[in-house]
Ligand binder design. Structure first.
Ligand code: ATP
Ligand code: LTN
Length: 335
């Protein structure tokens, strides 16, 4: 029975074009979960506005992320796929949870420190309270597991603390969620600076590969990827650039890193990079085609996100009502 399945919640911000980091660290793994879990996958547009977005571009990106969810193989019948701002319970719950979160906790978050340093002209309060909204996303659905990249682990830890705090003050209200972090694709690094994670908002476009990048661009970016002068294809911390390329290869081809090392023993980087580019191109081709088709069919996308919002809202409001009641808010009779 569906009711007995564990609940999964995850989301991607429509803050730029999605990279293979988003694909290998998130979307590709989600597809494997959809049969065994009750999944909620959201396009988290409320999160995206913590950084200034151009309205037209935000609209386009939101639909693109939704189309990509479908293009990678997420089934809208099996999963609840929706746009975060369509379910106002997220904002309402976030406000309440804000009052159960300490400034100290928020200002310690690595992502806040990074983004505040990067957007010094716009260190808005949303950037600081971002993880509280994320906690609301997760807790509203009584989520068991949250598939995320390693970069989001700190936020999930905070969501757990907020949930526990609320449960302790009142009575059990929220399920305490666990992180669900994949292996190889968990942390894809920038192709230009392997000390930094690959990010769709990187100003250097050679640092990332987009899911929608055409074949020649993929080849060029892989060729330009930073390596070293050791010349051996080895999964080692002393060779961070090569290690990252092996991780990508491994996540795409489903081949363990030692097998990749063996395959390219004595071969040098050129052949390895060429094969990696080919593998990526092959992997992304069907996704790109499907995504382009879906974006031509706006009515279909509208139906998907409208159905999704309706289904999500039912569950989210149930938890929100519970929160409001425990706090002492007076319920009203809806007409
Ligand atoms: P931004 O660069 O705009 O902050 P982002 O590229 O980090 O965004 P998000 O929308 O914040 O992307 O993340 C969506 C999902 O993709 C999350 O689960 C995140 O952990 C995962 N993810 C993002 N970048 C990577 C990466 N480089 N490697 C693995 N997973 C990633
Ligand atoms: N903060 C995440 C995106 C995100 C999310 C969530 C992920 C927002 N809400 C809920 C999992 C569950 C990010 O920046 N990658």
């Amino acid at each position: 029975m569906d009711e007995e399945k564990k609940v999964i919640f995850s989301g991607v911000q429509p803050s730029g074009n999605l990279t293979i980091g988003n694909y290998l660290g998130a979307l590709k793994n989600w597809v494997l979960l959809q049969d065994d879990y009750r999944c909620y996958f959201s396009v988290v547009d409320l999160h995206a506005i913590t950084v200034r977005q151009e309205p037209k571009s935000l609209r386009e990106k939101t639909l693109e992320v939704l189309a990509l969810y479908l293009a990678v193989g997420l089934d809208p019948e099996k999963n609840t796929i929706f746009i975060q701002s369509h379910v106002p319970a997220h904002s309402e719950a976030a406000w309440i949870l804000n009052c159960f979160t300490y400034m100290g906790e928020l200002s310690r978050m690595t992502q806040f420190k990074d983004k505040a340093a990067k957007h010094q002209d716009n260190i808005n309060a949303g950037l600081l309270t971002y993880p509280v909204l994320m906690a609301a996303d997760i807790l509203l659905y009584q989520t068991d597991l949250v598939p995320i990249g390693a970069d989001q682990k700190q936020h999930l830890e905070l969501a757990r603390n907020i949930a526990q705090r609320f449960n302790n003050i009142y009575s059990p209200t929220f399920k305490i969620p666990e992180p669900f972090i994949g292996n190889e694709g968990a942390r894809i690094m920038s192709l230009q600076d392997p000390a930094k994670k690959m990010s769709k908002s990187d100003e250097n476009e050679n640092g990332y590969i987009l899911i929608m990048d055409p074949p020649d661009v993929i080849k060029r970016k892989i060729q330009r990827a930073v390596t070293d002068n050791l010349g051996t294809v080895k999964y080692a911390d002393e060779q961070p650039g090569v290690k990252n390329l092996i991780s990508i290869y491994s996540a795409v081809a489903g081949m363990p890193s030692d097998e990749i090392e063996n395959k390219y023993k004595g071969a040098g980087y050129a052949k390895f990079k060429q094969d990696l580019a080919e593998a990526l191109i092959e992997e992304l081709k069907p996704v790109q085609e499907k995504c382009n088709d879906l974006l031509k069919n706006k009515d279909y996308l509208k139906k998907i996100y409208s159905d999704g919002a309706e289904r999500a809202a039912k569950v989210a409001y149930k938890t929100l009502r519970k929160m409001q009641k425990k706090i002492g808010f007076i319920p009203y009779l809806a007409k």
